[in-house]
Design a protein around this ligand. Structure first.
Ligand code: PLP
Length: 443
């Protein structure tokens, strides 16, 4: 049996014990068997236990926004907080660092978004946001887009619009979720040929849907500000403003899920700042701590904050506002601001990525098109013979399923690490990436 206390293990032992004991997430165990076992990271790079070096091309799950060389101030803040007060259960008391983080974030969010919960991850933040919206309105239904992802827990996965929702539905779906169409074109359907048309038609569809469902049954419309894992989709001009207006008209809470795009990913601090709106609730996670610590955020506007001053919030968790995670979040946000990483994403990363993505789209028949918003890019992969996407939106394979396996293997061989979510290929390097780094290993 393994020597649990020896300082290091042989690589073969690691793989053998992984096979014996480690379960994959989402897919079957085979998902993780062929994946590298990581040993360490530096800058934008990761190394596996064989010594292979990878450029982390999607910040893992679009989360390690600050790369792997943890800023010394962040390390120090975590250490200091550990020594000072390693834990405080939010149901009993408050901490200095929780107050300071909430205060800092309230300054970074526009308008009167000024009340904060700090759950531990994106799914949990969305669960809490859904709970708040339902309790605030006394209504039950939540409207979400198809082609969205809101998390792996029951309600968040039922809220999800992509094929992963099936895992929740196959068990016992959480009740009260209604789907509407994403206003962007898919491979099968389009609301129109111009943004004006797409916006007008999709909003018309949405309003009719609200009326058919019964406006006084709808607690919230919950959308990703820009669709993340579904393919880096910015809403057509005027759409989000129209959704905001419908929410105002029918007393519906607007929740913007910024778990992936918050904290600078799209070249603005918040994704919803690409539009002229103020959401009622904003959820975010990942980039808040550079993913160094599990911490998320539910930020609410003053009318909701005031409501819950006198009514029970009705949501909580042991690790809510964990002080060490808050300390790390606070220093990461400070680091982002000091290094002006949002500007870097927009002015330095976006043009370089745009150039490469255009080149790929031009050069390869298997790339239908590409798009970039800040440090968030995406290529649409198609079968060059038919022009059809290499995978359907329901997660099923199209004509040549083995192509994706070959593609994944080629990325690994060429030193790229990251998630491949066909029919899209995401490009999302750390926000600290510099122009002189080897951006694209594939040519
Ligand atoms: N919402 C969005 C938009 C996401 O992209 C994700 C994760 O990728 C989540 C929610 C779920 O976050 P987590 O995996 O931290 O629970």
């Amino acid at each position: 049996s393994a020597d649990h206390w020896s300082e290091s293990w042989e690589v073969d032992d690691l793989y053998a014990k992984s096979q014996e004991h480690v379960m994959a997430t989402w897919g079957p165990g085979s998902y993780i068997r062929g994946a590298p076992i990581l040993s360490h990271g530096e800058g934008c790079h990761l190394w596996d236990v064989h010594g292979n070096k990878y450029l982390d091309w999607t910040c893992q799950a679009i989360c390690t926004n600050l790369g792997y060389s943890v800023p010394p101030a962040v390390l120090e803040a975590a250490y200091k907080q550990m020594k000072k007060l390693p834990m405080a259960y939010g149901g009993l008391g408050n901490t200095e660092i929780r107050v300071r983080l909430a205060s800092l974030l309230s300054e970074l969010l526009p308008g009167d978004i000024n009340g904060f919960l700090f759950p531990s991850g994106g799914s949990e933040a969305n669960e809490a946001a859904i709970r708040l919206a339902r309790r605030y309105t006394g209504r039950s239904k939540i409207i979400n887009h198809y082609r969205s992802y809101h998390g792996g827990s029951s309600a968040a996965l039922t809220a999800t619009g992509d094929f992963r929702r099936g895992f929740a539905e196959a068990a016992a779906p959480a009740p009260g979720f209604v789907k509407t169409m994403n206003p962007n074109d898919s491979y099968l359907f389009s609301f129109g040929s111009t943004d004006e048309e797409r916006t007008a038609k999709s909003l018309g569809y949405l309003e009719e849907q609200i009326k058919c469902e019964g406006p006084n049954t709808i607690a919230a419309i919950m959308l990703e500000s820009l669709v993340g894992s579904g393919g880096v989709l910015k809403a057509p001009k005027g759409y989000m403003e129209g959704v905001r207006a419908l929410c105002d008209k029918y007393g519906i809470v607007l929740i913007c899920d910024e778990v992936m795009v918050g904290f600078g990913r799209t070249g603005k601090f918040w994704g919803f700042q690409h539009y002229d709106i103020i959401p009622d609730i904003v959820t975010s996670a990942k980039g808040l701590t550079g993913a160094y610590m599990p911490l998320s955020m539910v930020a609410v506007r003053s009318h909701i904050k005031d409501y819950f001053e006198v009514n029970p919030v009705g949501w909580g968790a042991t690790f809510q506002a964990h002080p060490v995670a808050c300390a790390v979040g606070y220093e990461c946000v400070k680091f982002m601001l000091e290094k002006d990483l949002v500007r870097h994403a927009k002015e330095v990363i976006e043009p370089i990525m745009q150039k490469h993505i255009d080149r790929f789209a031009e050069k390869y028949d298997s790339v239908a098109r590409g798009r970039v918003v800040g440090a968030f890019g995406c290529l649409d992969l198609v079968d060059p013979r038919t022009g059809a996407p290499v995978q359907n939106f329901d997660g099923s394979d199209c004509s040549k399923p083995e192509a994706i396996t070959i593609f994944r293997a080629a990325l690994k061989e060429n030193g790229l690490y990251g998630f491949v979510r066909p029919p899209m290929f995401h490009c999302a390097p750390a926000l600290v990436i510099q122009p002189e780094e080897p951006w694209i290993c594939l040519t």
